[in-house]
Design a protein around this ligand. Structure first.
Ligand SMILES: Cc1cc2nc3c(=O)[nH]c(=O)nc-3n(C[C@H](O)[C@H](O)[C@H](O)COP(=O)(O)O)c2cc1C
Length: 236
């Protein structure tokens, strides 16, 4: 091999490495998510509404933590709207409903579906790029989640729980130790969006921070760290 050729390959290698460093979070991660969608069962969610009956001021003033829910199911449309409020894409094919430090989006949203019309019970991962659900685990896991959240009945009784998980490295890779606080702040943004979206849909919810991290991670079959369990249903 001539020196000229070696230089050319070296240059290509440098460009690829730079690309990974600068855009890896967006490009490679997105590809991974999309590919996962091909391998496993994927459910496309209905388009979301960006106009509602409740003003943002009314939703804020009426927001409350509610821990008791009626027995009935949620619709897939309601689930679609709730997941979109948590992490949906709203601009430039990348920017989302919540702010994110450096637009690195370290949060992954899981759905523990117990009673949802037209959706099999199971654990799903929300795919913001395709506004779809990717099946991760079969079966109703609400009781397992309840058991590892110190038997908080809201988790057992709600038809669904949304679980906010974090892959810290996406943010600490750029911001170091300080990135951890950014990730937690971002989970707060998601939690509040879900509270307000739930209120607007006339649903009830509460954010749950007390649970065993390791057990929840196992139930979700997640590689990310769980931060919040958010049961949602029709308030009693
Ligand atoms: C970080 C955090 C963790 C929480 N963890 C729990 C929890 O484990 N269980 C629960 O029932 N409520 C939990 N809550 C909800 C609070 O109890 C609730 O927000 C508080 O009582 C005020 O009521 P409000 O939300 O209706 O204004 C948590 C709230 C926050 C912000």
């Amino acid at each position: 091999m001539t020196m000229k050729k070696i230089n050319k390959y070296f240059l290509i290698l440098i460009i690829v490495m730079l690309g990974e460093l600068l855009f890896g979070e967006y490009f490679f991660e997105d590809r991974e998510t999309v590919l996962a969608g091909n391998i496993e069962e994927e459910i496309n969610l209905s388009p979301v509404k960006t106009v509602g009956k409740l003003s943002v001021e009314e939703a804020i003033s009426k927001r409350r933590s509610i821990r008791g829910y009626k027995n009935g199911p949620l619709s897939l449309g309601e689930v679609s709207q709730l997941l979109w409020s948590a992490q949906g894409i709203t601009a430039n094919r990348r920017l989302r409903t919540v702010p994110s430090a450096g637009a690195l989006y370290p949060l992954e949203i899981y759905l523990a579906a117990g009673k949802v019309k037209d959706l099999k019970s199971g654990i799903y991962r929300y795919n913001p790029e395709r506004h779809s659900l990717i099946k991760v685990v079969d079966g109703d896991k609400r009781f397992d989640l309840f058991s590892c959240s110190f038997s908080q009945s809201s988790v057992k009784n709600a038809p669904i729980s949304v679980v906010i998980c974090a892959q810290y490295e996406r943010t600490t890779g750029k911001y170091g130790e300080r990135g951890k606080r950014y990730v937690h702040m971002e989970a707060g943004h998601v939690g509040q969006n879900i509270y307000l979206q739930a209120k607007s849909l006339n649903l009830a919810t509460v954010v749950i921070g007390a649970f065993s991290d390791e057990d929840v991670k196992k139930i979700l079959n997640a590689k990310e760290a769980p931060l919040y369990i958010i049961p949602i249903g029709r308030g009693k």
